[in-house]
Design a protein around this ligand. Structure first.
Ligand code: NAD
Length: 512
């Protein structure tokens, strides 16, 4: 079985799993091969038929049992996430809370969202038109390491709730957490192979991208996303791309500046900045800039880094990421940026301290690329208009945040991002009913919300003729010339200013 928790030492290459805080090896997992992945997909296809045939309410109950099993194992899971990812155990439990909320939403909403609905058939009154959402079959999920439970659950939970079997490839940095999810599922749901985990690195992910799955949900970097799309294109496999962001936060002149500064510090530093919707740029209107910056510097200076239970942020999970953060900061400093807290010289091993930088511009890598570290560049702008313009044009947005009062909703609407938080940060990802996803470089497709359930379904239209209408329907006309004349008359009446067209205009005016 692929979702085993023990490495198959006889057959597979093994991958070491490290604790990022110490560098110690804490486990090993097999690198599953293309043949393993294909075999898992084949088993999933069989399981998918059983899973899809269940009453949606029975599927819901199985998924709620899975949720309860996760919560039964909460301490074990939090310890594992802490050791594998480096985040404090309190962050790990928050992640589990969010994952459980999403699983509940997906499980309980799916039976309603997938219910067949009747739609208007227009003038074809003899036809009953319905739209159904049916399971796709097998969904491949490829996940990142930064939120090893919450992030993939946004795809796994929704795909399962929509009646699909899932083959999940967790990140090579957090495969033990992935296996723990499969173990909890197996303990709670007595149907084999509905949810399997394959472990390994990019090779295993590549095999899943090219496998005979019905949809791929990828969460990770844009560079890998492009490779996944290339492999998926060979089979025309549809994909959801959940990628990164260089998310802006805007502070208008009439904002609650203290609240905005607290939120900016949290949004930039939580999970050591390793969130796809981290605040990566703060644009602050001139009149409140100094107050905001003072408060941000105070706040960032007091954030505790460590691996004990009182720490607020942990070590950077991926060793190469430390070098990327250092490089971005050194590049910025060499081009004139000023470090107010932390900075490149304060980085030690896998520990990157909270960092606040000013005097930045778009020539710097820090302002062009996702940082994915605990770094907040703060930029002074003349007014909210300039802030919106720069938020939209200087980087790429997955999420975003705006702080202010007058016209704040309109301001939020003008930010080109999948999500915007008003007078808070990141809250959109905690609300299960809100769809989540990107635009442009930050990806496409939606997880979470009703849209996240529909994303993993085939939208199927059915037109059921209940009785025949003479002259209407799928048959050749006995006399084309007469039928042409009849159709022309009908076109005029319906769409060309005739009686029906006029009547509809009146009704629209009255209803307006
Ligand atoms: P990554 O792109 O390095 O890896 C993601 C996954 O892809 C891993 O499981 C990896 O093994 C796999 N992979 C690597 N090469 C592959 C290949 N050739 N084919 C198929 N799969 C392959 O990303 P990461 O470092 O794990 O995650 C960080 C990135 O993820 C950041 O950019 C972050 O913003 C983004 N992210 C996005 C969201 C979101 O919901 N939009 C959530 C979390 C993280």
């Amino acid at each position: 079985m692929v979702s085993n928790t023990q490495p198959d030492t006889g057959r597979h290459e093994l991958l070491d799993v490290h604790d990022p805080a110490t560098g110690d090896v804490i486990g090993q997992v097999p690198v599953h091969t293309e043949a393993d992945v294909n075999a898992a997909v084949d088993r999933a296809r069989v399981a998918a038929a059983t899973w899809a045939a269940l009453d949606p309410n029975v599927r819901r109950d199985h998924l709620l049992a899975f949720r309860r099993e996760l919560i039964n194992r909460v301490d074990e899971l939090c310890d594992l996430i802490h050791r594998e990812n480096g985040k404090p155990r309190y962050d790990a439990i928050q992640e589990l809370f969010l994952a459980a909320s999403h699983l509940t939403f997906a499980a309980t909403r799916a039976p309603k969202v997938m219910k067949t609905r009747t739609v208007s058939s227009g003038i074809l009154v003899n036809i009953k038109s319905t739209v159904s959402h049916v399971p796709l079959g097998v969904v491949g999920v490829i996940g990142p390491w930064n939120y090893p439970v919450f992030t993939p659950m946004g795809s796994i939970g929704y795909a399962l709730a929509a009646g699909n079997a899932v083959v999940f490839k967790p990140s090579e940095l957090t495969p033990l957490t992935g296996q723990a999810l499969a173990d909890a599922f197996a303990a709670a749901v007595p149907i084999a192979d509905v949810f399997q985990v394959v472990t390994g690195d990019g090779r295993t992910g590549g095999a899943l991208s090219g496998a005979a799955v019905d949809k791929l949900a990828f969460t990770g970097s844009a560079a890998t996303g492009r490779r996944v799309m290339e492999a998926a294109a060979r089979n025309l496999t549809p994909v959801v791309m959940e990628l990164g962001g260089k998310d802006p936060l805007i502070v208008a002149a009439d904002a609650d500046v203290d609240a905005a500064a607290d939120a900016a510090v949290f949004g930039a530093l939580t999970n050591a900045g390793q969130a796809c919707v981290s605040v990566e740029r703060a644009y602050v209107v001139d009149s409140v800039y100094d107050r905001f910056l003072d408060k941000v510097v105070d706040g960032a200076s007091t954030v505790r880094m460590g691996s004990d239970d009182d720490a607020q942020i942990g070590a950077i999970t991926r060793p190469q990421q430390v070098e990327k953060i250092r490089d971005q900061l050194e590049d910025a400093v060499s081009k004139g940026a000023k470090v107010l807290v932390g900075g490149p010289d304060a980085i030690e091993g896998s520990w990157v301290p909270p960092t606040v930088v000013v005097d930045v511009d778009t020539s710097m890598k820090l302002m062009q690329e996702e940082t994915f570290g605990p770094v907040l560049p703060v930029i002074k702008v003349g007014d909210a208009e300039e802030a919106i313009e720069r938020a939209n044009n200087d980087g790429f947005n997955l999420g975003s945040a705006v702080f202010g009062s007058a016209g704040i909703r309109q301001m939020a609407d003008r930010i080109r991002a999948g999500m915007t938080a008003i007078n808070s940060v990141m809250t959109f990802s905690t609300i299960s009913a809100l769809p989540f996803g990107g635009v442009g470089e930050s990806g496409f497709g939606r997880i979470h919300g009703d849209e996240g359930i529909k994303e993993f379904t085939l939208t199927k239209s059915t037109a059921e003729q209940r009785f025949a209408l003479p002259g209407m329907g799928a048959a050749f006309a006995p006399d084309n010339k007469a039928a042409y004349k009849q159709m022309k008359g009908m076109l005029g009446q319906l769409f060309g200013g005739g009686v029906v067209d006029k009547a509809e205009s009146i009704v629209r005016r009255v209803r307006r």
